[in-house]
Design a protein around this ligand. Structure first.
Ligand code: ZN
Length: 72
């Protein structure tokens, strides 16, 4: 029965994990927070001067002393 309504993927009905809690909209996508090169991601919130940390677009928080915090 051709009723002219093709089935399309709405963005809500399929949990394709291409989109997670990342804020990264860069092309190509920055490394995941668990990637060995995670700190190569772009800085989205820079508090290095005042608080000693930076938030990267993959959710990683990098501290001034070289430590980093991986998001849950
Ligand atoms: Zn990015």
């Amino acid at each position: 029965m051709p009723d002219g309504t093709p089935v399309t993927h709405s963005s809500t009905d399929d949990t394709d994990d291409g989109e997670r809690t990342t804020m990264c909209h860069h092309v190509p996508t920055c490394p995941d927070a668990r990637d060995p090169h995670a700190t190569a991601a772009h800085t989205v919130s820079d508090h290095d001067v005042d608080q000693g940390w930076q938030l990267l677009c993959n959710g990683l928080i990098v501290f001034h002393d070289g430590g980093c915090l991986v998001p849950p």
